[in-house]
Design a protein around this ligand. Structure first.
Ligand code: PAF
Length: 281
């Protein structure tokens, strides 16, 4: 695996490989890699001849300074995992490299209503930061395929919109299934910050999603939503939302709708750790 710290060098390498016919699959990450990320690398490898991964803990997408400061950094372990997974290139830039003129010098995008609900409401400025960094990475890497995990459902929608806003019509966004622990907990870099007790309780988020799906033909969503909130609170969570939305648009749905693809989404905090998950049905 070739490692680059500087965009110009990476760009030069990619141009040469592209001139030789390489098809590029790109997996952007913030590091602290787990099986979920590695599944994205695996999918990118199956589809492309050159797989590029980036590791960059992007300061502009953290609305909470302490979350940024405590974000796990496990670079050596990440590099080993990427080599084992057969990743070809790792881009691991510094903040100065990504924001040479300062963070406000990089273009932001207006994602409209997508920024004004769920994660957008709970984490003001978060998607602005995601747009800034993913936009910049796409300009540097110019991949044909971009791989994202479904766990960050709203982020997938925001980035798909970003790709359209940037006019990257040749770029295909591939959304890959959430990889889960045996108890259903969605894999996340933040899971490693859970205490043993918190970790033992965290599977309840998945149980709630399963219950929301399984009751679609027999119950009102408001009833299931209340049950889920109570269960989460009983397990020690502070709930940001238990929501039901139209899967294609993420517009809120007051209740289950027959024959319509829906997504249930949960965000809840246990101690200092905020977890999100979703299920499409
Ligand atoms: O999902 C993430 O890890 C990040 O939001 C991303 C897409 C790498 C942008 O920093």
């Amino acid at each position: 695996m070739v490692i680059f710290k500087y965009a110009v060098e990476l760009n030069k390498y990619i141009s040469a490989r592209r001139a030789n016919g390489a098809q590029i699959g790109f997996v952007p990450t913030m590091g602290a890699l787990h099986e979920g990320h590695i599944s994205l690398i695996g999918k990118a490898k199956a589809d492309n001849t050159l797989v590029i991964c980036s590791i960059f803990v992007n300061p502009t997408q953290f609305d909470d300074k302490s979350d940024f400061e405590k974000y796990p950094v496990t670079t050596e372990d990440d590099i080993e995992q990427l080599i084992d997974a057969g990743c070809d290139v790792l881009f691991i830039p510094s903040v100065d490299e990504m924001y040479p003129g300062g963070v406000s010098s990089v273009r932001g995008y207006d994602f409209g209503y997508l920024e004004q609900l769920l994660e957008g409401l709970q984490r003001p400025g978060h998607f602005h930061g995601v747009g800034q960094i993913v936009g910049r990475l796409l300009e540097i890497v110019e991949p044909q395929f971009l791989y994202l995990g479904q766990k960050d459902y709203q982020q997938c929608m925001v980035i798909t919109k970003l790709v359209a806003m940037m006019g990257l019509y040749e770029l295909k966004v591939v959304i890959c299934p959430t990889v889960r622990e045996p108890d259903g907990l969605a894999m996340s870099s933040r899971n490693r910050r859970l205490t043993e007790t918190q970790r033992a309780r965290a599977g309840v988020i998945y149980q709630c999603l399963v219950s929301i799906e399984s009751k679609r033909d027999t119950s009102d969503f408001s009833v299931v939503q209340k049950e889920c909130m109570e269960l989460l609170v009983a397990k020690g969570f502070v709930v940001d939302y238990v929501a039901l939305a139209h899967a294609r648009t993420l517009q809120p749905a007051g209740n289950y709708l027959k024959g319509e693809p829906m997504v249930a989404l949960i965000a809840a905090r246990i101690g200092e750790i905020r977890l999100i998950d979703n299920m499409v049905f």
